[in-house]
Design a protein around this ligand. Sequence first.
Ligand code: 13P
Length: 286
Amino acid sequence: MFVSAQEMIKKAANGGYAVGQFNIDNLEWTKAILLTAQEQNSPVILGVGPRAAVFMGGYRTVARMAAGLMEDLEITVPVALHLDHGNFEAAKACIKAGFSSVMYDGSKDAFDVNVENTKNLAFVCSMYGISLEAEVGAIGGAEEGIVAEGEFADPEQCRIISQLGITMLAAGIGNIHGQYPENWPGLSFDTLEQIRKAVGKEIPLVLHGGTGIPDDQVRKAISMGVAKVNVNTECMLAFQKALHDYIMAGKDVKGFTPFEMFAPGLEAIRQTVREKMELFGSVGMA
Ligand code: 13P
């Protein structure tokens, strides 16, 4: 069954590595990520965005589908099923549906509303043994249809939110969802250091927008207190390219069953997840 992300993230923070969150969009995606985590003996977080959940039929469908895969594939590594960028209502719906972890993203709400909702959810999550990720300051890019510039979280706001009983904190350090523009200046390690100091060692930090950040910057962020890294777009691009190549090579004419058509894309996702787990240092840490 799914576990809260609390223990795996604490272990990662103490061990100087990070756990990957890989977003899921359908059954095949979920299966590819679970099999790779098992193969790599790595803990993993399955991220579910609200739009992806609608696409799949709803939070209950996602929870039962993922739980079914865990059983049928005999997955024994720690897996958290996690709401990604949810509002207050989505977080409550996921708690009811059987998720083991939720992110309440109050970064677009007024700060006092973010504080109030985070506090309430921290109380509910603690009753159910569910981990809670909070967010301060919008992180840039196109996530769930929202577009913003790369943003930076205010360390003082981070300090306040970190004291509300949360498990982990997402805070903008110049990271952007989706692909990074050519002229992106890179992560702001100054901001990361200020946030780290403000929040203290007890609350691990989460790095969103994991697609396309140079490896050395990811490693440095992990060495400075990031214990969870989110990756979504990179798996989608890997899948798209492999499927595109398959079709452009005319292989779909004979190999038209979903098993055949999706196979190269799913292997490409697995390769991406493998590489990220190695980069994050979570291989063998289950
Ligand atoms: P990318 O799509 O840029 O990898 O970001 C994923 C993410 O942060 C999900 O919350």
